[in-house]
Design a protein around this ligand. Structure first.
Ligand SMILES: C[S@@+](CC[C@H](N)C(=O)[O-])C[C@H]1O[C@@H](n2cnc3c(N)ncnc32)[C@H](O)[C@@H]1O
Length: 265
């Protein structure tokens, strides 16, 4: 029985290998994009769902004060481990265990980021509205929000398994072994607009034998572009730009929804 819809972040290989499998494909160039946005807006910066610090650490390295929040202790622990190796960054960084749908940091920010589709792990419209209300309260008037979602590709969501994303492979940074991540099942709920994916991790030794295997899962809620536009508007934001990738390409079906919005007063 599935108890944790986002077990991916609860530990194991999903967390251990997270950085190997994030930041490519449609997310290519996202860190450079966020750094450029930070240069335009200045800090301090709030990152919701900051995970292993994949984006947060480069922002701190660039000199920005950053607060990162995440629901998952194991993901926060990985970010904290990276920061222990870079003690010079610690005075600029605060990591907080918390839920983006309900938080009060008693601080306001020039920029809020929700990278890598983290917002879609909030799988109800009510939760998403609460999250945007919290984010709005934490932005200075005119502060910017950058929200990265996937634009629903209905052929992929409702098509046969053959249309599913191909397995992804990488080299384990410690063992040097080949590791593979495969989406082995996908359940799509068209009423709730959610997709639940079961993912298998496999690690192969030098002889090509399976040295370890683990299954985990995550759930995401999709929104159409117009739905997100209304949601941002209703939550006190004015949409400034919408791109379909991190090279600032125009909006397009089935790619990213990369929103830049301004907090109205
Ligand atoms: C796809 S990862 C993104 C991590 C990081 N932002 C990056 O770009 O690599 C999604 C993260 O969102 C976190 N998350 C999911 N739901 C959350 C919630 N309600 N509040 C805070 N964090 C949440 C997960 O624990 C996970 O670390």
């Amino acid at each position: 029985m599935m108890t944790d819809p986002n077990a991916y972040y609860a530990g194991g290989l999903g967390v251990e290998l997270y950085d190997l499998f994030t930041g490519a494909g449609l997310l290519a160039g996202d860190i450079e994009f966020y750094l450029e946005c930070a240069r335009r807006s200045g800090g301090p910066i709030l990152e919701l769902g900051m995970g292993t610090g994949r984006v947060l650490v480069p922002l701190a390295e660039a000199g920005y004060e950053v607060v990162g929040m995440d629901l998952s202790r194991p993901m926060l622990d990985r970010a904290a481990a990276k920061l222990r190796e870079r003690p010079e960054l610690s005075q600029r960084v605060r990591l907080v265990e918390g839920d983006m749908t309900s938080f009060d940091l008693e601080q306001q920010f020039a920029l809020a980021l929700v990278p890598a589709r983290s917002f879609q792990h909030v799988v109800t419209p009510e939760g998403q509205r609460r999250a945007l209300a919290c984010i709005h309260r934490h932005l200075i008037p005119g502060g910017h929000l950058i929200l990265d979602l996937f634009d629903p590709n209905f052929e992929l969501l409702f098509g046969s398994d053959s249309k599913a994303a191909p397995p992804r492979e990488a080299q384990h940074p410690q063992s040097g072994h080949l590791v593979r991540r495969t989406v082995v099942a996908r359940h799509t709920d068209p009423f709730r607009q959610t997709v639940h994916e079961v993912l298998r991790f496999e690690e192969f030794d030098a002889a090509g034998n399976v040295a370890g295997s683990e299954e985990t899962s995550w759930s995401l809620r999709w929104s159409t572009r117009q739905e997100t536009a209304y949601l941002l508007e209703l939550s006190g934001f004015e949409v400034i730009d919408l791109y379909s990738d991190f090279s600032r390409s125009p909006p397009d079906y089935g790619r990213e929804q990369l929103w830049i919005a301004r907090a109205r007063q």
